[in-house]
Design a protein around this ligand. Structure first.
Ligand code: 13P
Ligand code: SF4
Length: 308
């Protein structure tokens, strides 16, 4: 069976759309209708008229699509596609934290569960985090969750008073600063670009810091330069397509990591076969209890409105 052809056929028959994150395996990015970062994917999910959304990404992304599309089926090729950031913020503990700081505006990074979004005033992604924080009156104290690295970066850039939740992304914390500096010594002409989920010492070495789509745009705008790329290695597929003649090297991970670069094991549980199966079976799918969905929708819509 030619999986790609079968997926195209099913997609047409069922009026489905395939949305994929840049960290998905190459074969999935190749067949997707849209490949993007967390913000782009939620914008696409908000505007699609397809009957079924196949979300090739992780659970919180599919959940966000479901919150925006309660009457549509949102399929996730493997329900085990989690996220260390989302897991680091259990809703009951987060609720206690918020109650202990009642005067704070609650901003959460989209990498969190629907229950946590339901406790939030406004959601952000790495593309719009600075803009979202700057939309909040200067004297208002802020709770930011769950990514401490993105939080520290925002504090540095905006000077805002923010209480940070202590979560992190295992993939972006797997980069080795020693190996990165060693690599940079070998390739001194390469510019380092990094995702803000990376640790401060990695960000300090970077010429550009931004979301996955921000990094791709930056490389496109500087296509005559060479780059060391500090984010999940799946981004190199689209990035290299955009700048075929530009030399790109993935940033190195620590010795004990499962691969030399940094790959997200959660993102990589999705495969082309699982994508085909979920479209054929219309399962597994994501569900969000209606009371949580309604509450989680408010901060997502605020974010989308501010991101136009
Ligand atoms: P962006 O898609 O916003 O760049 O975030 C990267 C990420 O880690 C998604 O899980
Ligand atoms: Fe979560 Fe990090 Fe994987 Fe993104 S790369 S899904 S933040 S664990």
């Amino acid at each position: 069976m030619n999986l790609k052809e079968e997926i195209y056929k099913l997609k047409k028959e069922k009026n489905a759309v395939i949305l994929a994150h840049y960290y998905q395996e190459d074969a999935i990015q190749e067949i997707a209708d849209y490949v993007g970062d967390s913000l782009g994917l939620s914008q696409k999910a908000a505007e699609t008229d397809a009957s079924i959304i196949v979300f090739a990404g992780v659970h919180f992304m599919a959940e966000t699509a479901k919150i925006l599309n309660p009457t549509k089926k949102v399929l996730l090729p493997d329900l085990n596609a989690g996220c260390s950031l989302a897991e680091s913020c259990p809703p009951d503990e987060f609720e206690k934290f918020i109650k202990a700081h009642p005067d704070h505006t609650v901003v959460t990074y989209v990498n969190c569960s629907a229950e946590v979004k339901a406790l939030t005033d406004i959601v952000c992604t790495s593309s719009n985090a600075l803009k979202i924080i700057e939309s909040i009156p200067e004297e208002t104290p802020i709770i930011f969750a769950p990514d401490r690295n993105l939080g520290k970066y925002i504090i540095k850039e905006t000077g805002r008073d923010m209480l940070l939740w202590d979560g992190s992304c295992v993939v972006h914390e797997a980069f080795s600063i020693e190996k990165l500096l060693e690599l940079h010594k070998q390739y001194p002409d390469h510019k380092i670009i990094a995702h803000p989920e990376s640790e401060e010492h990695i960000l300090k070495t970077a010429t550009y810091i931004g979301s996955t789509s921000g990094m791709i745009n930056y490389v496109k705008e500087h296509a005559n330069e060479k780059f060391i790329v500090a984010t999940e290695a799946g981004i190199l597929y689209k990035m290299q397509q955009e700048v075929p003649n530009t030399e790109l090297i993935p940033a190195p991970a620590k010795e004990d990591n499962t691969c030399a670069c940094s790959e997200c094991a959660y993102m990589k549980v999705n495969t082309l076969q699982k994508l085909y199966d979920c479209l054929a079976n219309e399962a597994p799918y994501v569900e969000v209890p209606e009371d949580i969905r309604k509450r989680a929708l408010v901060p997502i819509e605020r974010m989308l409105e501010l991101s136009k």
